[in-house]
Design a protein around this ligand. Structure first.
Ligand code: ZN
Length: 191
């Protein structure tokens, strides 16, 4: 952040009185600009009506990670619930209509100031199509998942947990809810 959103004066990092960490503070109007993590919300859309279970993935048409596969997900908007965000993102990125299930994963990505939430979901039909942020959208059986071409660690973690649960469900288990902290290794110099 460079300029105050209240008065357009340049801001500077400072620890406000009574606080314990640096904030962007405006010397002109005294506004303190707090920055907090963003929520990324998505779904695990599943189709299993005619044959083995398949999961819907989207190939990204935008940076970061252009060309890599992801579950439909995106930043939550103001005035919506997390469930509404999951349904909306699935519609926007995959052109897919879903029946939302329960919350499945909560993944802290503290290094990039994000929390990712994924809901279980059932595809209502096969009339999906790539939205403007996707190059293509298709169904993958477990054996077809492009593990080396997944866009983000939270996508990999959610899919791993999903298929582990499915294995347990064949023995009578049910889907659980999982919370994990994603910690990326620090990049070495020049990497
Ligand atoms: Zn200001």
């Amino acid at each position: 952040m460079k300029f105050c959103s209240e008065c357009a004066h340049p801001v500077a990092l400072a620890i406000p009185e009574g606080d314990n960490r640096p904030r962007y503070v405006c010397a002109q109007c005294s506004a303190i600009h707090y920055q907090n993590p963003k929520l990324v919300v998505g779904s695990v859309p599943v189709w299993e009506q005619d044959g083995p279970l398949k999961v819907l993935l989207c190939r990204r048409a935008i940076e970061p990670r252009y060309g890599y596969w992801t579950l439909p997900a995106g930043f939550m908007e103001n005035e919506e619930t997390t469930g509404q965000a999951a349904v909306r993102e699935t519609e926007e990125e995959a052109g897919a209509r879903i029946e939302l299930g329960s919350l499945f994963t909560l993944l802290n990505v503290a290094q990039v100031h994000q929390v990712h939430l994924f809901y279980l979901a059932r595809l209502l039909d096969l009339d999906f199509e790539a939205g403007v942020e996707s190059l293509e959208v298709r169904l993958f059986a477990e054996s077809e998942i492009p593990w080396d071409e997944l866009a983000f660690p939270t996508i990999r973690k959610t899919l791993e947990l999903f298929f582990e649960d499915r294995t347990r469900m064949r023995e009578g288990g049910v889907h659980g809810f999982y919370s994990h902290d994603i910690v990326r290794p620090m990049r070495s110099a020049g990497a």
